[in-house]
Design a protein around this ligand. Sequence first.
Ligand code: GAL
Length: 890
Amino acid sequence: MVGLENKAVLKLLLLYLFIQFSVTCGNFFPPFNVTYDHRALIIDGKRRMLISGGIHYPRATPQMWPDLIAKSKEGGADAIESYTFWNGHEPVKGQYNFEGRFDLVKFVKLVGDSGLYFLLRIGPYVCAEWNFGGFPVWLRDIPGIEFRTDNEPFKREMQRFVTKIVDLMREEKLFSWQGGPIILLQIENEYGNMEGSYGQKGKEYVKWAANMALGLGAGVPWVMCKQTDAPDDIIDTCNNYYCDGYKPNSPNKPTIWTEDWDGWYTTWGGRLPHRPVEDLAFAVARFFQRGGSLMNYYMYFGGTNFGRTSGGPFYITSYDYDAPIDEYGLLSEPKWGHLKDLHAAIKLCEPALVAADSPQYMKLGPNQEAHVYWENAQSTGLNSSLSESQSTCSAFLANIDEHNTATVTFRGKSYSLPPWSVSILPDCSNLAFNTAKVGAQTAMKVVEYASSPKISAPELVMTKNEASSITESWMSVKEPIGTWSENNFTVQGMLEHLKVTKDESDYLWHMTRIYVSDDDIAFWEENQVSPTLVIDSMRDVLRVFINGKLIGSITGHWVKVVQPIQFQQGYNDLILLSQTVGLQNYGAFLEKDGAGFRGQTKLTGFKNGDIDLSKASWIYQVGLKGEFQKIFTVEENEKAGWTELKLDSTPSTFTWYKAYFDSPDGSEPVALDLGSMGKGQAWVNGHHIGRYWNLTAPKDGCPNSCNYRGAYGSNKCMTNCGKPTQTWYHVPRSWLQESNNLLVIFEETGGNPFEISVKLRESRIICAQMSESHYPPLDQWLNPDVIDGKFSINDIKPQIRLQCEDGHIISSIEFASYGTPHGSCQNFSEGNCHSPNSLSVVSKACEGRNSCSVEVSNSGLGGDPCRGVLKTLAVEARCVSSSTIGVSQF
Ligand code: GAL
């Protein structure tokens, strides 16, 4: 018999054991299982509809992670998705790196801490516009290796790395059944696109990869994306701009969208991609409408390709991606806010979405359709035996007509559906959200330096007067052209670039000596020809020097080189500098791709015929002297013989520059403006902020206005035509100290360092615009009085919501008009109808606050300025840092 006292002790003991258990099993969640059926992932026994945000941890700093995760959660994400980056984690074979930006464990734990799930895509091939698709370059050197096929050396290495990651996650108790956040894993990446190139061995490899992954005992489901022949136990998933028609390869698997491309990447000299949020929201809503269950934004935050992590060929340092959170960690509006509303609307439908095995389809018109989900599974139609009040339903009404609004009747009610839109009715009756109607209540404008005119006009987020220029004093030192160290070596013949550099540097010098006789010179003069350097094929950049002078530069991806050369009589030094600008990250046979030169290299036009340089004796030198001396670090920079740079000095090629700068006040993200420079790399306090290159996008190809209607492709709605692709380079705050920050630049082509400046990135102006007929705030659906039926959701008026970034407040309302205002952000004007109270009502509600809401109704705005007219409220507000005006945030 257990006495009362003993019972209490027992209880305490059980409590203690439970706490111990939770601690040892990870303390993010009570341990839970993840399985799936044809409809959805089943998390702890329940089907779930899940929204996920893609964030690649090394594309931000650990100091940025908590804010990015918090913004994802606030935006409505249930999960964070990331690849792992093999070449970052194992830069040298057998030497692992899980520190700093590569601290995967810390990142996953932060996600768990915030109560979000984690989707881990191990790959280990990841594509991702990441150098070499994530493969370590040393992998190429393993004898007999062939990547991504039925090849023993490759499989051995792949298995070792995947096992390493799975074991690490298990040791750290990060899987769901251990109380961790990881609910899903991915093996390989879009192998289906490549499989054909590998024949039968490709098929074998898919089976092997699947079995290998399943054999690791991770205890959560695995996916393969774009893999129509994924084996039974692996879920094949969709990557695309739209995935609403996607069906996995078995009726037992749920429909999962691992990459919803909400923007795109870009190349040096390219335009900037922009995907309008109305179309993105349409794609997401259509996915859930037609039976999808998990969608991940690729990317929710794109970030920055710091260092030389950018893939290629030619991908820029920024990986902004036009994602809902911009490169600097600021909200990209109205993308973030509109999607937040969309997510809230989908969540309101979740009980019905998970309850139904499949939706009820109803054609509403030639291009209009509804999908209806009944919460009570038995009640699948109006004639059900259950009364409607006993079963709730949610519906999605789509108008896929690109041009016309359609009026449809659904369950006895009439709805007006804008073109290319989905309306979400969580109760099958009232409109919670329409993908084409951007609810401006969250429309805080953080605008890129170029924007599509359809989106509200740009606010220049970085201004000169706020920049702290680095004018103090610049020092410089020339990089030697050609050999600079004893570890150069001479070889007969042309070596493949990566075999020599091992990608430890972008640069590979090749030097040879050419003898030119009097006869040759006479021959060229007589025939009016000049000798020419011809290379069958090269990538990415080649610079040609004769006797120490730069005479030509060629840029391209496996292009032919035909470079005329002026030789002098006697011996001439011919130097070829081959450069990579991001290794190939996509395609079959990556191990064979290499870099530098292919085919024959020769000099044509000599009197005695061509000179075959492929067989010549070449001196090779890897990298730059400054790079290998690490003169960009605080500790080593004095090693270089710096001299002071004169203000009037002419732009110089192959030159190192250094200067010191103070960190700008405040907490806003910092950018370096390198618009005055040519091409090179930059470091701040020894941190490599990336490659820079001042190449301008073509003048044409950006529409005056971006029409979101109709299928999106990455060339639609481009911005930034005629402007340099990238001039601003993110310098994370955590890499800066208050003063004396060391900036080191390596410049190849010549620029003016005196014009380099440090700038702040801010959301200065926020705008919102909303009609009185707009739908009510999404959170009002959860208002207890609405749930209890005390009043109808329809009785709740729409609300404009303004919010500055954290640490900022609304300092002034620049414009407010309730009536029939015209124009768009920064360009508003009053219309015929205007309430004189507008400004005072909005100012009173908003000024001095970080965020505010204003009801868009006659009563909210002090009376009806014009009866019988549909009125709109348009507001423009200015945000300032709360510290600059000494007001605390409230
Ligand atoms: C996908 C790939 C991603 C990324 C994307 C383009 O095909 O899986 O890793 O490269 O394309 O941004």
